[in-house]
Write a protein that binds this ligand. Structure first.
Ligand SMILES: CSC[C@H]1O[C@H](OP(=O)(O)O)[C@H](O)[C@@H]1O
Length: 391
């Protein structure tokens, strides 16, 4: 089974409800733009590239149903067709989550497609709709290829910048959050590099953090690594320092690989909360720290990390945890039950701080791996993205 966060055919869009993973695989129908907004905002679907793709395809699916079926009950009364309504819906979707730039990048590109289609001689709502649908569908196709390129560029860079015994030796790496097929259209970014290292026979073990409070690591990255039979070990977020400090061969981390939600023009990177601390640990322990991100995550319009808006989410997401019930058997074995329960894990359910992201300054980042190649700092310690945007 291929791991699919997004299931799309023209006129139909479903997302894998990631709030229920890893124990329950439930797909949700996305029949309206509001359905997409709700799924993104609640983090049923999450991950910078996946958020942008689901948003774009939610409008495409509605437009296709309008064309194919005339009047879809879910769309009755909603003015979807044509440049204006499409752009209004794109702007609505933009409000679902603020930090990841991929969504804003997709909105900018799709609005341009729509206005250009409207400017065509004899354009009609349907010709504009069709232009939009094709552009949105292309995003889904491009993302998987981009991720495979990131994977290969990243694996190649590591072969030249980590242990000298490469390729004979194998590397152990640490990753944070989830940056795989569940955060993208497929293969993944940072997890894509781990997949490429593994497929090239160069991965000893992938360590991954649980990534509190949403547990993208323990629930999603663990789910993906198990699915792909990649040797992996989970650690709690608080164990990262001890892991980097150990000098035992089997836990010797050569590189920390993370994704990104927004890379500013100077290379400062917003990513899942906890990333900055890992970058500081990497610097202290002389371990490489690389960011994997498609160009749609690089925001040349945002000068530095200080200009990135960080999403603050509800305290209740920190002070509670959700998971399936466990059933113990007389032989001591434990099985996972069907019922999902939510439990309080804090004395005060209201007092937590819950920023969803933090910013890692570019000085702590050794390389930014994109689908067009690896960007490293110049002799002045600055990142320059001109080359990868040249085409
Ligand atoms: C492929 S980049 C995924 C990126 O998004 C995650 O955030 P969230 O789960 O809140 O959407 C995390 O920051 C990952 O690095």
């Amino acid at each position: 089974m291929v791991l699919q966060a997004i299931k799309y055919t023209r006129g139909s869009l479903q997302v894998l409800d990631q709030l229920k993973l890893p124990y329950h695989e439930v797909y949700r129908d996305i029949r309206t733009v509001q359905d997409a907004w709700d799924a993104i905002h609640s983090m049923q679907v999450r991950g910078a590239p996946a958020i942008a793709i689901v948003a774009a395809l939610s409008i495409a699916a509605c437009l296709a149903r309008l064309k194919n079926t005339g009047a879809d009950p879910a769309l009755l009364g909603s003015d979807m067709s044509g440049a204006g309504p499409i752009c209004d819906n794109l702007q609505l979707l933009l409000t679902s989550r603020p930090t990841a730039v991929n969504l804003a990048d997709a909105v900018r590109k799709l609005e341009k497609v729509v206005w250009q289609a409207q400017a065509e001689p004899e354009s009609t709502d349907y010709s504009i709709n069709e232009a939009y649908i094709q552009a949105a569908e292309q995003m889904l196709v491009d993302d998987v290829q981009d991720n495979e390129n990131i994977g290969n560029y990243g694996a190649d860079w590591m072969s030249r910048h980590t242990i000298t015994a490469f390729p004979a030796a194998k590397l152990s790496v640490l990753t944070h959050c989830n940056t795989g097929s569940l955060a993208t259209a497929g293969y993944g970014t940072a997890l894509g590099i781990i997949r490429s290292l593994h497929s090239h026979g160069h991965l000893k073990r992938a360590f991954y953090t649980e990534t509190r409070p949403y547990n993208q690591g323990s629930r999603l990255t663990g789910y993906e690594l198990l699915h792909d039979n990649i040797p992996s070990t989970m650690i709690t977020d608080s164990m990262a320092g001890a892991l980097l400090g150990t000098k035992r061969e089997e836990e010797n981390i050569s590189c920390i690989i993370v994704g990104a939600d927004r890379v500013a023009a100077n290379g400062d990177t917003a990513n899942k909360i906890g990333t900055y601390g890992l970058a500081v640990l990497a610097k202290y322990h002389n371990v490489k720290f690389i960011v994997a991100a498609p160009r749609t995550t690089i925001d040349l319009l945002t000068p530095t990390g200080q200009d990135i808006k960080i999403e603050n989410r509800k305290p209740i997401e920190v002070t509670t945890m959700r998971g399936p019930t466990l059933q113990s058997s007389s032989d001591g074995s434990v099985t996972v039950g069907k019922d999902v329960q939510e439990i309080a894990i804090a004395a005060d359910l209201t007092g937590a701080w819950n920023p969803a992201f933090d910013v890692t300054c570019h000085g702590l980042i050794d390389a930014i791996v994109t689908e067009k190649g690896v960007v490293e700092k110049d002799e002045n310690g600055d990142f320059n993205f001109e080359k990868i945007f040249a085409d």
